[in-house]
Structure formats: C-alpha cells, structure tokens
Write a protein that binds this ligand. Structure first.
Ligand code: AMP
Ligand code: ZN
Length: 457
C-alpha cells in the first residue's frame, strides 16, 4: 500500500506523494524554550519522529526543519500579557539568552534520550529577525496590516479564507468574544510586530521600520519555513492545540503574502492528558522526562508507552500505565535477546507491519502484528531479523539491549520481604506502596510464575 496520511486541512486521509521528486520537506513547530518540555510536548515530537521514520522507510529523503521559539510567545493567545521568555528570566534569574540556551540544550537532550532522530535543520526565531521583518513588510505592502499603539497587526478580515484550517466560526467568535480585544479591530487579528513597552527595557528587542520591538509568535514559522523549505512544502506538523490559532495564523500570513496554504498536508498529534487535568507548562506543575527517570523509568519506556496509541487519539498518562508499558517492553527485550543472532527476516510479516504504518501511521495495528510475530512459531533467527526491521521504526534500540546484572542491595531485599508479608495479609495498598518505594530506588519488580524477579530500571 502506498503511504496514506490524514490531512487536517481537508479532514481526510489522502495518498501521500512528495511535491517534487523523492524528497519531502517537513516543518514541525518546536518548543518555546522558557522551561523544560513536559511529557505531553514530547509525545508530539515522538509522533513527528514516527512520521519521519515512516517517510524514510518509504524511500523518501526527508528534509526536516524544527524551530526554536525563543522570543515573542506571549502568555495569552490574544497577544497580550508578558513574553513567556521574559517571564522565565524572572523565575530563574538567567538572562533571556541564557534561558534560551539552557532550555534548548535540555530539549535536545530529551529528544536524544527518547531516540528521536535530530532534524536536518534547527532554526531559532532570534536568528531570523531580518526574514520576519521582510515578511511583515510584504504583508504591509499587500494591505494586510494595521498599526495600533502597541504593534503591527494582521487584519484577518482582509483574507476570505481565514480560519479554514480550523473551520472557525468567525462571526460566532466575534459575538462571543470575552477576551480583551485591546485596539485590535477584530477578535481573530493577531500581532506581527510588538513595540517594546516605553517604560521597560526588554532583553530581546530589535530595530524595525515600525519602531523598536520584537516579532509576534506566528510570523517566525511562516518566515523560517519559507526560507528553508519554500513557499509551499509537503508536510507541516504540530500538536492539536495549534489548529485554531497558531497554524491558522501561519496559514493566513503565508496565504496573504505568497498565495499558498503553506503545506500540502497539515498533520496534528493529539494531546497527552494527565489523569485529572490537561498538562500545561504555564500552570507550573508538570511532568518532565527527568521526573520519569527519577522514578526509575528508562526514557525508552515512555517512547514505548506513546507507541501504544494512535497519533490521532488522545492518550491518558498514569503511572500504572507507564508501569504496564515497562513490563511489556521488558518482555519484548528479553524475548528478542533470547533469539540470538539474526537470520533472514520474514518478508510477509514485515510487509504487513509496514502496510499498517502506511495506513495513516497505524501504530496500534503494527504493534498487534509485532506481538503476533513474537508469539508465532517462526524460527528464532527469523524472529530476530524481523524485530530488528521493525525497530527501524520503533526506535527501541532492541539490538543494543542486554540484561542488566542485578545485585540487589539489602534495603531492597528488606522491602521485598515486607511486600511479601503485606501481600500475605492481603494489604494490597501497602504492597503497592512498597513497589513504589522499590521503584524509587531504581529497581523494577515483576511478579512471574517463577516468583518475584528484580531488575534494574
Ligand atoms: P510549546 O513548547 O508550548 O510551544 O509546545 C510544543 C509542542 O507540544 C507543540 O507542538 C504543542 O502543540 C505540543 N503540546 C503541548 N501540550 C501538549 C500535550 N499535552 N500533549 C501533546 N502535545 C502537546
Ligand atoms: Zn509554528
């Protein structure tokens, strides 16, 4: 089956063909580097990594661009409030430039630990101020802008197709607008350039034809994608929250200036939800990859957890489901390890696996095929070669995995004994607590028919 992908713009699954030759241009909205990425953000980059790997498996060369937002992303989507970066400087005491470097490095480290392939090009908003100003000038020449006392705005009503991506009900939005519209003429208008406040020296600001200030958040993506991929390229990705505002505004800018809808396919990864609340960086409390590692989880367990859901379904995170992911990943590693050296892969099963993926990245189905293969009576060297082919997509480093020698410290042995007693007394809550305590010490316990097995996390 040739590759089929869901395009949010048309709301349909369509066959994918590169616009030119065998090379695919793909742009993914990257992080705002004022804090660590949370595991929800990371789910979106894992989805994009899956997409890139599937494109490569289809024989395409992939030119993958990811931006770093290090200026201009304001606290409120209505282009009001503080710049998240300036806010980060107050929280940490770092300068805005130090903050950007620090969290960009942390982000790249997270991706490496999750075995996400690095993009072909990283681009920072602050390295492309000239391009953004030129883009805004072009919009101004074409009559799509107006000035207020605090900046230059995009006049969304000048563009007939505004809001098409999100199927926005523009009139309804305006009628129900509760946000402070400020001097904006219409509720969907957005900032292209903001002036520095008169009474405040911003750390990040630049000269422009309109006065000293900084670019709005959306313009960086239109300007940088045009620079690296052209005015119309193959695929644009991001999380589902970007559909109604950020991507809508990127399209508006590019359509007004270049006459294209930016990308042939618009693809969105659905959210990771926490048990109770939506996770958000700005709400302060959020889970990072390091928090998972501190609890004894290998980052690849989180990768495996995410592979369990389709990118177009929301997933709910819980420690129990992460624990379950770890148990099955360990089973997979141990099985694959026990198969020894690879022979020839079973091409029929490999074909079915890739067919599932070519059907809009059908990972849950591909996983079912994987487990069917694991349980099959194929020869072990065939299984080994087959799983290694799958791992080009899964990225679980199956070839490198080895059982870890475990020397269990006395503290853990004592806890194991206490857990055994708790279970005997049917005190399941206490037994679970002890499991968490063992896990916090970096050990994993697995109840098998042969007894309790202890491994290092
Ligand atoms: P940000 O750093 O806030 O600009 O977001 C980086 C990326 O993470 C964007 O593509 C967002 O759409 C995505 N994102 C934000 N929250 C979540 C979440 N809870 N689950 C999945 N993706 C998310
Ligand atoms: Zn963007």
């Amino acid at each position: 089956m040739t590759l089929q992908l869901f395009d949010t713009y048309e709301r349909e699954i369509r066959p994918f063909q590169p616009l030119t030759g065998q090379s695919v241009g793909i742009y993914c909205c990257g992080p705002t580097v004022y804090n660590f990425a949370h595991i929800g953000n990371l789910r979106t980059y894992l989805f994009e990594d899956l997409l890139v790997r599937v494109l490569r498996a289809n024989g395409y060369e992939v030119n993958h661009v990811v931006n770093i937002t290090d200026v201009g992303h304001l606290v409120s989507d209505a282009d009001t409030g503080e710049d998240k970066m300036e806010l980060g400087t107050k929280r940490t005491g770092m300068t805005a430039w130090e903050l950007a470097d620090f969290y960009t490095e942390a982000f790249e480290k997270d991706l490496a630990r999750l075995n996400v392939q690095p993009p072909s090009i990283w681009c920072r908003a602050t390295d492309h101020i000239k391009e953004q100003i030129a883009f805004i000038e072009d919009l101004e020449d074409k009559g799509f802008t107006y000035q207020t006392s605090d900046g230059i705005y995009f006049d969304s009503r000048k563009l007939n197709s505004y809001g098409r991506l999100a199927r926005l009900d523009i009139e309804g939005l305006q009628a129900g607008a509760r946000v402070d519209q400020g001097e904006r003429k219409f509720v969907t208008d957005f900032a292209l350039w903001k002036f520095s406040p008169e009474n405040e020296q911003r750390q990040m600001e630049w000269e422009s034809p309109w006065g000293i200030g900084f670019p709005g958040w959306h313009i960086e993506c239109s300007a940088m994608s045009a620079k690296y991929l052209g005015d119309y390229f193959d695929i644009h990705c991001g999380g589902e929250d970007h559909i109604p505002i950020h991507h809508t505004n990127e399209i508006a800018q590019t359509e007004a200036s270049r006459g294209t809808r930016l990308a042939n396919f618009w693809m969105h990864g659905y959210f990771l939800q926490l048990d109770d609340a939506k996770m958000s960086k700005s709400s302060g409390e959020f889970l990072t990859l390091d928090a998972l590692i501190d609890k004894g989880f290998d980052p690849l367990v989180y990768r495996f957890f995410c592979l369990g859901g389709h990118y177009r379904s929301q997933m709910t995170f819980s420690w129990d489901s992460l624990e379950a992911a770890r148990t099955s990943l360990n089973r997979l590693y141990e099985a694959a390890y026990s198969w020894g050296a690879p022979g020839e892969a079973d091409e029929a099963i490999v074909g079915r696996f890739f067919e599932a993926l070519n059907d809009d990245l059908g990972m849950p189905k591909a996983m079912a095929i994987l487990w069917e293969m694991v349980r099959s009576d194929l020869a072990e060297d065939v299984k080994k070669a087959t799983i290694l082919r799958f791992d080009e997509i899964l990225g679980l480093r199956i070839r490198e995995w080895e059982p870890k020698e475990v020397e269990v410290p006395g503290e853990v042995t004592a806890l194991l004994q206490a857990r055994k007693n708790a279970r005997k007394e049917k005190n399941w809550a206490r037994a679970d607590e002890i499991r968490d305590e063992i896990s916090a010490l970096g050990y994993v316990i697995d109840d098998t028919p042969e007894g309790v097995k202890v491994t290092r996390a």
